[in-house]
Design a binder for this molecule. Structure first.
Ligand SMILES: Nc1nc2c(ncn2[C@@H]2O[C@H](COP(=O)(O)OP(=O)(O)O)[C@@H](O)[C@H]2O)c(=O)[nH]1
Ligand SMILES: [Mg+2]
Ligand SMILES: [Zn+2]
Length: 360
């Protein structure tokens, strides 16, 4: 009865919103704007301070270790040792903003269910950081064992892949290349040339399809008992892959292709951690257009290109940029085919994108 009443109500709403002149289900721009603003309001409500963090007296509460699942503005979601979730305020003593993957010292509230307060952030093993528009640095997530760099089989963007591989090498994360949407191409042979340099560098490559499930068993075996973060362009299918292992109701939002602009909508707004049922943790991260490198300078960049570093030894100049100097071992290796031209082009492109004096 209740269910029927609800669906009649939903139908009334649908009919109301249905464009009169155009009977298709496509939303008008105004409707899309309204939906987006409602979504933004919901997000802001989640971000409102849940309590006065000052009400907590540390002396009267026992603190424990927890892990940050995600954050909404001022609030941070923390998981205790048993997998229960708590919405926490962050005490000033924490010093900085906790991010997804952080281990924190926190206390549960004595009188409010499922709430608590974070006192401090435990030392990070590593963190994925990037520069953001207007200056400043965003820490996307922390304590990552494996960076699952995701791209699509039909349009593999190896420029972004190369940047993520540098970030992984510079932050002591293992990197795995995930090639999704294999259902859109005719077999792996067509991609062999693109990924050959990465095979030669011993990066594990997983060809999968979140749509058909192809390759998911192999992928899962790489995720087990680790904290793995999926990174890559918006629309490559990061959330779709993560969702394969997450029960209904908790699945991350999957983007639909924006019909007008032909672009994936940015449905994942902050990094979020999910438990892998067979053991391990997955982090789904928001798609980004560009990934700027923070922990790398022009001087150190080549160290994080596995294929380049092994050929930089014979360079005549110690500070060789591998671009125009005579006696360059790297240029020699490109000429003889030991370094792929595409990787060399990537090296130079990233080199010139890095500020000469380092990030402030
Ligand atoms: N054909 C195909 N489409 C996929 C696959 N995985 C995801 N998609 C679609 O790609 C779009 C973006 O997916 P989403 O998971 O939101 O990408 P994200 O931005 O990287 O998280 C959605 O329309 C998905 O249905 C796949 O394996 N094959
Ligand atoms: Mg997503
Ligand atoms: Zn050189």
């Amino acid at each position: 009865m209740h269910v029927v009443a609800l669906s009649v109500f939903q139908m009334a709403i649908l009919t109301y919103f249905m464009p009169r002149r155009n009977p298709s289900k496509r939303l008008t721009t105004r409707q899309q704007v309204r939906i987006d603003s409602q979504r933004e309001q919901r997000r802001q409500t989640l971000s409102e301070p849940i309590m006065d963090a000052g009400l907590f007296q540390k002396e009267t509460l026992s603190s424990e270790e927890g892990r940050v699942i995600s954050h909404f503005g001022l609030n941070v979601e923390v998981e205790d040792g048993f997998g229960a979730r708590f919405r926490c305020a962050v005490r000033e003593t924490a010093g900085q903003e906790p991010v997804c993957g952080d281990r924190v010292q926190w206390s549960r509230s004595g009188n409010v269910m499922a709430q608590g307060v974070i006192w401090s952030i435990l030392e990070r093993k590593n963190a994925l950081r990037r520069p953001v528009a207007g200056g400043g640095v965003q820490t996307v997530a922390a304590n990552i064992d494996r960076l699952m760099v995701t791209l699509t089989a039909d349009k593999p963007n190896t420029g972004l892949l190369d940047r993520y591989l540098v970030a992984a090498e510079a932050n002591a994360m293992e990197a795995v290349i995930v090639v999704n949407k294999t259902d859109l191409v005719d077999g792996e042979a067509s991609m062999a040339a693109v990924f050959q340099p990465y095979v030669a560098m011993n990066y594990p490559i997983c060809h999968v399809s979140a749509r058909t499930g192809q390759g998911m068993v192999e992928l899962e075996s790489l995720l087990r008992d680790r904290t793995s973060m999926f990174a890559g362009h918006s629309g490559v299918g990061k959330s779709s892959i993560v969702a394969r292992w997450i029960p209904d109701g908790e699945k991350p939002a999957i983007g639909t292709i924006h019909e007008r602009l032909g672009q994936g909508r940015h449905t994942t707004t902050v990094a979020r951690m999910y438990p892998l049922p067979s053991g391990g943790r997955l982090i789904d991260s928001p798609g980004i257009r560009e990934f700027g490198l923070i922990d790398v300078s022009r001087e150190t960049l080549a160290l994080y290109f596995r294929d380049v570093v092994s050929h930089a030894q014979p360079c005549r100049f110690a500070n060789c940029s591998h671009e125009h100097e005579p006696g360059c071992g790297v240029k020699e290796a490109v000429a003889t085919g030991h370094i792929a031209q595409s990787r060399y082009d990537s090296l130079l492109r990233i080199f010139h994108s890095l500020p000469t004096g380092g990030w402030s």
